[in-house]
Every structure is written in structure tokens, then in C-alpha cells.
Write a protein that binds this ligand. Structure first.
Ligand code: FRU
Length: 470
């Protein structure tokens, strides 16, 4: 039985699960039993349990009509796959259950999502053109059964200069009122958000439209909002921002604005910062846990990246995963992300001191932490195909064509690298630079179980530790 990701409770896909026989399955990241996974949805802490829902198309690793799949955990480390959570059951969500969020209130979970309605008899192309979207709220008292579904908005109510691309509700409560953001694309192909408010969680009305002064992409997907140390953070996944050499390197991006002011009033947008610079990161969501921590989970992939990436797991019947839960903290005007402290328990056995030279790994999964790197350049090789390097003010993640399955290099400018943490699952790397000031998430495929450390002028120095994860 799997130690961290337990699929034993699931019976619906029992037969299909037998088909999965893949040594590249992940050890401690949430992934679908079979089929396709994308965005994390409805993240919440409810009745002493963490709940992570996700966009799920069980019937094919290439996707299909989405439902909400469900993982639950008591400790953010061991996860039980609980199967299907929200599935089509009424006319206005008969086609698919798209992304959204959960509000916990009065012993109930209010899960908001975009319901898609279309005539299943139509060919796929026609379905999309004629589909209708609604914002739906499904209410549950136990997190497993959704007795009631309420329609909150319908696409016919949106201002006429928007396209059908309005989706992904984020709902929260503040000072006794309820607020909702929907990601949007208008007819001029400018991304933005619709902002709703109301006195009860099932009746919300459009209060204003939000977008930047200068257009910033054609669509803003998966909005999120949170308050951290008195500052409001507005997050979203913009599509159509021009690719740069050191930023917006993927087909689509994900990041946040630090708001200057209050979203409920007039405010200004601070600078936009990307959450992650790796090849595989999109559509993150955050929630507050029982201890007031802000926790972020992202989709460890990006949509529409097929031209650049041949994901080997497709042949095995599954595709994609979520990142580990990361605690978000706010310092010097930016958000830092770092694996929640519960994940320290992944480290098995003794810490192995790391100095220059080669380390032979006894496991495929490991946790590497290097500190006191300030002022030094370095190269770290993971297996035979992944290189992390810092030189001339640039930190880069480079992969051979085999290790990257078509992807080659992602990089950022950095004044110095003080610390580096590499959390390596079987085929997924999460790299935290300067304690999560910048993060790189990427699938990787190497054969050798080695780490080679070469820190400039660093002979005789111990820079940190590595732990195996078993
Ligand atoms: C983001 C997204 C959302 C949508 C969902 C559909 O990846 O496109 O906007 O709700 O995926 O699965």
C-alpha cells in the first residue's frame, strides 16, 4: 500500500487502476489514479480535515469533460483519494464541473464552480460553441455528499461586451460580507475579473469589473484573493502575456499583484510577480488552514503545452499532478513559498552532509537543502540530465532533451543565491530558491540516481544536507 498517496479507498476506478503499472508514478504528490488531472479546486480545512479537490477527467489521460475529484488528509502529508466529489446532476452543470473554490461556513462547505451545460448529443466542436456557463454553489455537510446545488450567476447576466469565457469563482467572507471573483475575457480579448458581493453566500451581485490600466493578456483564469499581514494579494493565471527571456516563459503564466489599497474600494495594482518559473506550474489556489497559515497548491503542468512536451505517462493511462502544499509568507513586499513544515517528515534516515562531489542516491526521491551559498556560483547536476546553475547573475534549470521530454531551459535573474532546496519526487522536482523567493516546478526524467555538486571555491566546505525519501 502506498505510504503517502493512498488510493485504496477508491473503488469506482478499480478496474482501470489495475492498468496503471508505471515506475514513474509519484510517491508523495497527488495525482489521478488514471486519467487526467488539472487545476486544484475548492481547497479548504473542514472539520479537522484538509480537502483538495481537482479538475478530473477519469476516462482519458488526454482530458475530457471535467468533474471534481477529491483528496483528503489529516496532516497535509498523507492523502486519501476519495474518488468523484462533484459530478453533473442538474441541467446547468450537465456538461462539466469546472474550477472553483470552497467557503467553509456554519458547519457546511459551499463549493463554487463553473457549471457547463450543453447538449451531449452534439459533436464536440458544436458543444463548446453552444455551451452555457453558470456559477454554481454545491452545499455539503460532510464534504462527500452534495445535497443541494444553487445557481449563482448565468452567462446571460454578464455585461454584453464579455465573451463566454467567464469562470472559476473564488469566494470568501470579509467583515460579515461575501465576495466573489470570476476570471474573464472580454470581446476585445482583454483579460480581467468580475467582482461580486452580497450579504449571504447564495446571493451575490456584480459590484464592479477589474482589470489593469494596460491590457495584460487575453484571459485571466482561476482568480484568487487573500489577505496576508494586512496586505491584499490578488492572484490569477493570465493567458496571452508575451513570452520573455526571464519571465512568462511558458504558454500561460500564474502570479499575483500586491494590491495598493482594498479590493472593495478604489485600489492600484502593484507589480505582478510570477509564482513559479519552472516548466510545470499553473492555476494555483490558496486557502487558510486551522492555524491561520496561507497554503498554496498549484497544478504541476500548464495547458496547451503539448507542442513542447511529450509527457511519457500518457501511455500509462494517467497525466499530471499537483504540487506539494506550500506555506505562503510575505516579506519585503513579495510572497515566499516553502513546503509546509509537515513535509519534513518525508526525510527518512540520517541527514547526509553535502560538500562538493558526487552523491550516490539510495532512493529516487530526496530532499536537498543547501545554505551559505551567498556570493558563490555553482552547478548542481541531478542524474544524467538536469542541471541547476547559478552564474553571471542568472539562475537556470536546464534539461537534456531526454530529461525534459522536449523542454530545455528556464531561468531568472538573481543578485545572489543564498539557499536552495530541491524536493525531488520520482519524476517531479520542486526547487525553492532563497527559501521560496522564486520557485521552479518541473517534471523530469533521468536514469542515474546521483547528485553532483560543484560550488565555486567550495572545496572542504559542507553546504547542507540531503535526505532520502522512501
Ligand atoms: C485552467 C482552466 C480553468 C477551467 C478549467 C477547466 O486550467 O482552463 O479556467 O475552469 O481549467 O478544466
Amino acid at each position: 500500500m502506498a505510504k503517502y498517496i493512498n488510493m485504496e479507498h477508491e473503488t469506482t476506478f478499480e478496474r482501470l487502476r489495475e492498468l496503471v503499472d508505471d515506475p514513474d508514478r509519484l510517491l508523495f504528490h497527488m495525482m489521478p489514479p488514471v486519467g487526467w488531472l488539472n487545476d486544484p479546486n475548492g481547497l479548504c480545512y473542514f472539520k479537522d480535515t484538509y480537502h483538495v479537490f481537482f479538475q478530473y477527467a477519469p476516462s482519458s489521460p488526454l482530458g475530457g469533460p471535467k468533474i471534481w475529484g477529491h483528496y483528503a488528509s489529516k496532516d497535509l502529508l498523507h492523502w486519501d483519494f476519495c474518488g468523484e466529489a462533484i459530478v453533473p446532476s442538474v441541467e446547468f452543470d450537465s456538461g462539466a464541473i469546472l474550477s472553483g473554490s470552497t467557503l467553509v461556513e456554519g458547519g457546511k462547505m459551499y463549493s463554487y464552480y463553473t457549471g457547463l451545460a450543453f447538449d451531449p448529443a452534439l459533436p464536440k466542436e458544436e458543444r463548446m460553441k453552444t455551451s452555457q456557463t453558470s456559477t454554481v454553489c454545491a452545499v455539503s455537510e460532510d464534504s462527500y455528499h452534495y445535497a443541494e446545488k444553487y445557481r449563482i450567476t448565468h452567462q446571460s447576466e454578464y455585461p454584453s461586451y464579455y465573451t463566454r469565457h467567464i469562470r472559476d469563482p473564488k469566494v470568501w467572507k470579509m467583515d460579515g460580507k461575501y465576495y466573489m471573483l470570476l476570471g474573464s475575457r472580454n470581446v476585445d480579448d482583454i483579460g480581467g475579473m468580475l467582482f461580486y458581493s452580497g450579504d449571504d453566500p447564495l446571493h451575490l451581485t456584480l459590484a464592479k469589473e477589474i482589470t489593469t490600466k494596460e491590457p495584460f493578456g487575453f484571459m485571466w483564469e482561476c482568480p484568487d484573493w487573500f489577505l496576508i499581514d494586512g496586505t491584499q494579494i490578488l492572484c490569477m493565471s493570465p493567458q496571452g502575456v508575451a513570452r520573455g527571456e526571464y519571465s512568462f516563459q511558458n504558454t500561460y503564466a500564474a502570479g499575483y499583484f500586491v494590491l495598493i489599497g482594498d479590493i472593495r474600494e478604489d485600489f492600484d495594482f502593484g507589480a505582478f510577480r510570477e509564482w513559479d518559473y519552472g516548466f510545470d506550474f499553473y492555476a494555483p489556489q490558496t486557502f487558510e488552514d486551522g492555524n491561520g497559515r496561507r497554503i498554496l497548491i498549484g497544478w504541476a503542468s500548464v495547458s496547451d503545452a503539448q507542442k513542447e512536451y511529450a509527457n511519457p505517462s500518457v501511455e500509462k493511462g494517467w497525466q499530471h499532478a499537483l504540487t506539494v502544499p506550500r506555506e505562503v509568507t510575505f516579506r519585503d513586499g513579495i510572497c515566499y513559498q516553502y513546503p509546509v513544515e509537515e513535509l519534513k517528515a518525508l526525510q527518512s534516515g540520517e541527514a547526509i552532509p553535502v560538500a562538493n562531489g558526487q552523491i550516490l542516491l539510495s532512493e529516487r526521491c530526496f530532499d536537498l537543502e543547501l545554505s551559505s551559498l551567498a556570493g558563490r556560483e555553482f552547478t548542481i547536476m541531478i542524474g544524467d540530465g538536469v542541471k541547476l546553475a547559478f552564474a553571471d547573475g542568472v539562475f537556470s534549470l536546464s534539461m537534456t532533451s531526454e530529461a525534459g521530454q522536449g523542454r530545455t531551459c528556464r531561468k531568472i535573474r538573481a543578485r545572489e543565491i543564498r539557499e536552495l532546496k530541491v524536493l525531488a519526487d520520482t519524476t517531479l522536482l520542486e526547487i525553492f530558491v532563497n527559501h521560496g523567493e522564486s520557485v521552479f516546478t518541473s517534471r523530469y526524467y533521468v536514469k542515474e540516481q546521483t547528485v553532483d555538486v560543484d560550488i565555486k571555491d567550495g572545496n572542504e566546505t559542507v553546504f547542507g544536507n540531503i535526505w532520502m525519501i522512501a
